[in-house]
Ligand binder design. Structure first.
Ligand code: ADP
Ligand code: MG
Ligand code: MG
Length: 480
């Protein structure tokens, strides 16, 4: 693919651009706490980013963007489908303790008609561009392949809204003329904040607060703060509070009438930026809090059903032939969604699962092994995957994982700018996320919009992704 740059830059020029970019990033909040130690709460470093934008075909960005409302609607319907959830999680919950805990909460609230019926999803659907292998000699084209659908704590909507302006500045400063049109306007923070505000309005109590449920000493706090400040910008009457699970263990209360209070404050909307990892639930009391919130009348982002449908297991089930027929009648929409699915296989014990397992053991470089986890760093690849599958051939544990065909984006040269480590020039690959905001109840779609995108770029030799996990940098698509 063509570069977004029209010429080669000297080492001196690159160093100058890098230093300017770092200062711009720090001056405009593309930052994270420098560590998660409580004594370092007043120190920040810039978040990892790429020095230049990354080119992507305009048609791919458009297709990913346009598909978002259909994906969100699909996931909402799947979340309301008990039968499908039960079928899908049947074997997972036998082996994966964390999924089982979430499942038990779901069972306790699913038929409770005193639970808030309105759900809020702030989703991010992640893709990579797979090279399409057309006839030899013809021009290479790319197709978007879904990596995963994030339904809880989808991050970077705040930081990437600043990154967009950083890259505009870098391109102008580098003397790359008229690039504005190739960097589509991107401020996901606006749409995500609008979603939270709309949910708050639906709760219909002007005194109620929006609760950001966060972890202790969160490093990625500015990303969350941008969302909070955007809510303030759009509606000065809404109070946002930040609390941890431990705060709620101490001060949270589910009242008789199912209203949820923290101290005297009534919660209208709870927005989870924590709660997706087993390590977030350090005590049984925290699990009790999670159950109380699910039972409460406040609007959840996400409710437990939405969290469940973000599981890799559901993604694998939806990729099975004809499953989408149940949820989507429009053939072209169904085809669009289906065309983004990479090959995915269940590893449940039995003939089919054995076949998949052998396929991966014999071709370990072609697959990714995924557990039911979020946040980056949990997948297995290559030799590690092979060993794991061989060791667990006879064990039930394999049913907690799914196997996914590896997507292979075409590497492009870029420069990763990370705090505290030398400037890296490298061949890089990118992952494109599309943000979506969905509000609905069982029978009605109330709001469904896409809210922009996130590009994350990492060195081509890295398997895992994730900015917080330390693998990638925030980037901007440069459409060609
Ligand atoms: P998580 O919820 O932990 O982010 P992901 O499914 O996004 O889990 O996997 C983490 C990272 O692993 C992705 O960001 C991507 O870089 C890489 N990855 C995941 N699935 C694939 C795949 N099918 N092909 C290539 N890389 C993948
Ligand atoms: Mg995820
Ligand atoms: Mg991911």
């Amino acid at each position: 693919m063509a570069s977004c740059l029209s010429r080669v830059f000297s080492e001196e020029e690159l160093e100058d651009i890098r230093l300017r970019a770092i200062d711009w990033a720090l001056a405009h909040g593309i930052s994270m706490r420098s560590s998660n130690l409580s004594e370092d709460q007043d120190k920040v470093v810039h978040a990892p980013f790429t020095l230049f934008p990354t080119t992507i075909p305009e048609s791919n960005l458009q297709q990913a963007t346009q598909s978002m409302v259909y994906f969100s609607r699909l996931m909402h319907h799947v979340a309301m489908d008990h039968q499908l959830l039960q079928q899908s999680f049947k074997h997972v919950i036998e082996t994966d303790e964390f999924s089982n805990k979430l499942w038990q909460i779901y069972l306790q609230i699913k038929d409770d008609n005193r639970v808030q019926p309105v759900s809020l999803g702030l989703f991010r659907n992640d893709f990579m561009l797979d090279e399409k292998k057309d006839s030899p000699g013809s021009e290479t084209t790319f197709q978007i392949k879904q990596i995963e659908f994030n339904s809880i704590a989808s991050s970077f909507g705040g930081l990437v809204s600043q990154q967009y302006f950083l890259h505009r500045y870098v391109m102008d400063f580098a003397g790359e003329k008229n690039t504005e049109k190739q960097m589509p306007y991107n401020r996901p923070v606006e749409g995500l904040a609008t979603g939270l505000i709309k949910a708050w309005e639906l709760y219909q109590n002007k005194k109620a607060v929006i609760l950001f449920l966060v972890s202790h000493n969160e490093r990625n706090v500015m990303d969350q703060r941008f969302l909070e400040y955007e809510i303030y910008k759009q509606n000065k009457n809404i109070k946002v509070i930040r609390k941890t699970f431990d705060d709620l263990v101490k001060d949270g209360k589910l009242a008789e009438d199912r209203k949820y209070f923290i101290g005297k404050e009534e919660v209208g909307v709870v927005y989870y930026r924590v709660g997706y990892a087993p390590t977030d639930y350090t005590t049984d009391k925290i699990w009790d809090v999670r159950l109380e919130l699910e039972k409460a009348w406040c609007i959840k982002c996400p409710p437990i059903q939405y969290q469940l449908v973000g599981a890799k297991k559901i993604q694998q089930v939806l990729a099975k032939p004809s499953i989408l027929d149940k949820y989507i009648s429009d053939v072209s929409i169904k085809q669009l969604i289906q065309s983004t699915f990479a090959g995915q296989y269940s590893l449940d014990k039995g003939e089919e699962g054995d076949k998949a397992l052998n396929m991966a053991v014999n071709n370990p470089d072609q697959f990714v092994l995924k557990p039911q986890r979020e946040g980056g760093g949990y997948n297995m690849y290559d030799e590690e995957m092979k060993r794991f599958l061989e060791v667990n051939r006879e064990s039930n544990e394999r049913a907690g994982y799914i196997l996914m065909e590896k997507v292979r984006p075409k590497p492009q040269v870029n420069y990763l700018v990370k705090a505290g480590i030398p400037f890296i020039k490298s061949l890089c690959i990118s992952e494109l996320g599309i943000y979506g905001c969905y509000i609905g109840n069982k029978n009605e779609e109330i709001y469904n919009e896409n809210c922009g995108h996130l590009l994350r770029t990492k060195t081509a030799d890295t398997n895992e992704g994730g900015v917080c996990a330390g693998f990638s940098g925030i980037d901007t698509p440069f459409v060609i």
